[in-house]
Design a protein around this ligand. Structure first.
Ligand SMILES: Nc1ncnc2c1ncn2[C@@H]1O[C@H](COP(=O)(O)OP(=O)(O)OP(=O)(O)O)[C@@H](O)[C@H]1O
Ligand SMILES: Cc1ncc(COP(=O)(O)O)c(N)n1
Length: 533
């Protein structure tokens, strides 16, 4: 039998530093600034995900950092308040911290909820030993719901901890506790308190205006040398302010590794936070003070999910869809009253169009990113040529018309060819889509209408009955669904700019589809019937 595993022993800690404060933070990014700063959050857990380590991890990640978390306390809380707090033994926090620093180079530390003096001293001792290059202390005392998250008698230990921080980010109430004065009633009074805290502890202090009234929501950076820099920002009218302080301090720790410049880090973090507050609504989390949208920037530039893109395309061309069903050509085709020459002109133009369209589908096939899509477009091109042939054989022999490519067909084909010549795969796919989609839609509506009125007893009497029946083609409906899915996938992969171009190509083709159905009314009279017998 093998030996039982020995109890875990933390690796030996690095030698203690001679001074309390960690090495001064860099004033500019060092050439060795890591691409993804390794940022440790030492904070409490908020299971609702809006504050504490959960918020910190999102905030660090949103700023390109690699997030780590050593949990100091468990809370039972939601967006309405804190229902309970459990503080694990401080010794175990020490084990977590030692494990991390024994293995990982930590570029920055953000400190949040520390429930009591014992926990604070553990963190202080670890900071003194490891001396991370960036330490941001967010002195969490009371949650925004008003619930206490720190024991009142821990103030002195918190002040001791301040000696290890490069930046402290108290809100107005926390600032008052730290300087031992009544809470500031004005922004100016808060700045004074921030100045004295920075001077007394030789650290930077960010005074935050979130808890003041007014249309603005300023923050101010106070240096240990007496410097004051105010960062203006609008106050966002939202109840979703749960975790603003946590998220801001975690963002600052991450950004500081990159910029090495506190004012630059504050400006960037504040702008990001304002956006995260503005975009918080769609998250719809809880019934109280909801969370920020940490990933608003990423999600805005990320590709649309599922069929969001094609849905938006379809709604973009609502006017064109409506226009098509209002055209005399479509109404008369459905009613069976369409002038024979108009129908013949339409067929002849369709044959011309399909020949050119097949080449554009072949181009889509050539650009396709995988064999499946390559085959799909190639089959589409082949099918167009087959339909063109049957148009000539079956329909144009009965409705003969010698006519060159008309101006509308030419316009549509020019557009498709221009996209095929210089556009990306996504653009080509989007440009060819309206032909599938609108034809399928017109077919669906006309066929249903035909079955309702003429398809029964009088079916054979409808001059275009046979043609209308051919519209109801399951294979074509399936091909359309596939083309839509391909366009959605290309949109997901593409950049915002490419999606704009895809949309433009799609909408132009939809315009051309309307004109194509209207062209017989305008141009059929120019094309004399030319029987080939
Ligand atoms: N309604 C708001 N609109 C814009 N910015 C805000 C708003 N509320 C807070 N902020 C910003 O959020 C950050 C945190 O400020 P706040 O004063 O709320 O700190 P806090 O109380 O520590 O945060 P928390 O509420 O998470 O504990 C600051 O940059 C502040 O300017
Ligand atoms: C674990 C934990 N840490 C910090 C806060 C403060 O955040 P807020 O003041 O927004 O509630 C919190 N509520 N929970």
């Amino acid at each position: 039998m093998s030996q039982p595993p020995t109890a875990y022993q933390p690796p030996p800690a690095p030698p203690a530093a001679s001074q309390a404060r960690p090495a001064a933070p860099p004033t500019r990014p060092t050439s060795a600034a890591p691409r993804h700063p390794r940022v440790l959050s030492i904070a409490g857990s908020d299971p609702s995900g809006g504050a504490g380590i959960q918020a910190d991890i999102k905030s660090i990640s949103a700023h390109g950092g690699y997030a780590m978390a050593a949990v100091t306390a468990l809370t039972a809380q939601n967006t309405r308040g804190v229902q309970d707090v459990h503080v694990p033994p401080a010794g175990f926090l020490a084990r977590q911290l030692e494990s991390l620093s024994a293995d990982i180079s930590i570029d920055a530390v953000k400190i949040g909820m520390l429930a009591n003096a014992e926990v604070m001293d553990v963190v202080g001792e670890w900071l003194a030993k490891t001396r991370p290059p960036v330490v941001v202390l967010d002195p969490v005392m009371v949650a925004s719901s008003g619930d206490a998250l720190m024991r009142e008698d821990a103030r002195t230990a918190l002040l001791r901890l301040l000696a290890h921080a490069h930046l402290a980010t108290p809100n107005i109430a926390e600032l008052a506790v730290l300087v031992g004065e009544p809470e500031a009633a004005t922004w100016e009074a808060a700045l004074q308190q921030g100045k004295s805290l920075a001077a007394a502890h030789g650290t930077h202090v960010l005074v935050k205006g979130g808890h003041l009234d007014g249309d603005d929501c300023p923050d101010a950076l106070l240096g240990p040398d007496g410097s004051v820099e105010v960062f203006d920002g609008p106050r966002v009218g939202t109840p979703n302010t749960h975790g603003t302080g946590c998220s801001l301090s975690a963002a600052l720790a991450t950004l500081q590794v990159r910029t090495g410049n506190w004012p630059a880090s504050v400006r960037r973090a504040k702008d990001w936070l304002t956006g995260a507050l503005r975009e918080s609504g769609p998250l719809s989390v809880g019934h109280g003070h909801g969370p920020l949208n940490h990933f608003h920037e990423l999600w805005a530039s990320a590709g649309p999910a599922g069929d969001d893109f094609s849905r938006s395309l379809w709604s973009d061309i609502a006017p064109q869809r409506e226009a098509i069903f209002g055209l005399a050509f479509i109404k008369e085709l459905a009613a069976g009253t369409l002038d024979g020459q108009h129908f013949a002109y339409y067929l002849a133009q369709d044959a011309q169009y399909l020949s050119a369209y097949a080449r554009v589908l072949a181009r889509a096939s050539a650009l396709a990113p995988n064999e499946d899509e390559q085959r799909f477009w190639a089959a589409g091109a082949q099918n167009c040529l087959a339909v063109e042939l049957s148009l000539h054989r079956d329909w144009l022999s009965r409705h003969p018309l010698e006519v060159a490519m008309g101006p509308v067909t030419r316009h549509y084909v020019n557009h498709l060819q221009a996209v095929a010549y210089s556009g990306s795969y996504g653009e080509v796919a989007a440009a060819v889509l309206p032909c599938y989609w609108l034809y399928a839609e017109v077919g669906r509506v006309l066929h249903a209408d035909y079955l309702k009125h003429d398809g029964g007893a009088t079916g054979s009497a409808h001059p275009y009955g046979e043609w209308l029946q051919s519209y109801a083609d399951d294979a074509f409906a399936q091909a359309t669904a596939r083309a839509v899915a391909i366009v959605d996938a290309a949109a997901r992969r593409g950049s915002p700019l490419e999606r704009d171009r895809m949309r433009a190509a799609f909408v132009q083709s939809a315009h051309d589809e309307v004109d194509f159905f209207d062209a017989p009314r305008l141009y059929a009279w120019l094309a004399p019937l030319a029987r080939r017998d």
